[in-house]
Design a protein around this ligand. Structure first.
Ligand code: GRF
Length: 196
């Protein structure tokens, strides 16, 4: 049984979808939900589901990213995860941190990578007049939003879409894609999953 730790920054809707998926004959189980903000609403949702939680306020460390990561690693390593899932986690992690979880660290990004790495992905797709948008689950490497793609879900961009309406359409797909990719990844299968 693979042990899965999940890092969040906010509401944690992707975390909830991942936790809810890890039941029955699923080859993985959640062992920790950790946040970089003690006020992250997802922490309460994790506790409601009986998942151990941890929080390290990145603001307490200012520009000392290494200090923040060293503190975050304490509960993380104590949970001894086999797989680390970033789910709405909004901090850039150092290459040293990523190297500790090389090959077993996933992230979901709200664009069809390699298009639109970074922030404001939905507005950028709208500004570009794209007919399609979506989300990507990828392995995390030292390069931001650039690791091997494990899955993508596509949605149409509709007339009158705003960044908010497009984000909502994509978020619903994230909640399908990420659990499907995690299940396949935990079973040792690296074939990409393509939805929509
Ligand atoms: C959402 O914008 C999602 O697209 C991205 O992170 C943000 C928050 O997700 N992955 P969550 O509800 O905290 O999982």
């Amino acid at each position: 049984m693979k042990r899965v730790a999940i890092l969040i920054s906010g509401g944690g809707s992707n975390m909830v979808a991942l936790v809810r998926s890890m039941t029955g004959d699923h080859p993985a189980r959640p062992v920790l939900v950790a946040a970089n903000d003690p006020a992250a609403a997802g922490l309460a949702r994790a506790r409601e589901m009986g998942i151990p939680t941890a929080a390290v306020d990145h603001r307490a460390f200012g520009r000392d990213r290494a200090g923040f990561e060293a503190e975050l690693l304490k509960p993380l390593l104590a949970a001894a995860p086999d797989i680390l899932c970033l789910a709405g986690f909004m901090r850039v992690l150092s290459p040293e941190f990523v190297a500790r979880f090389a090959g077993r660290m996933l992230n979901i990004h709200p664009s069809l990578l390699p298009r639109y790495p970074g922030l404001h992905t939905h507005q950028r797709a709208l500004d570009a007049g794209d007919a399609q948008a979506g989300c990507t689950v990828h392995q995390v490497t030292a390069d931001l939003d650039a690791g091997p793609i494990l899955g993508q879900a596509r949605v149409p961009v509709l007339p009158g879409d705003s960044a908010a309406t497009l984000a909502a359409r994509i978020l619903a797909q994230e909640h399908l894609l990420y659990p499907a990719v995690l299940r396949r990844f935990a079973a040792g299968d690296r074939r990409p999953i393509l939805l929509g």
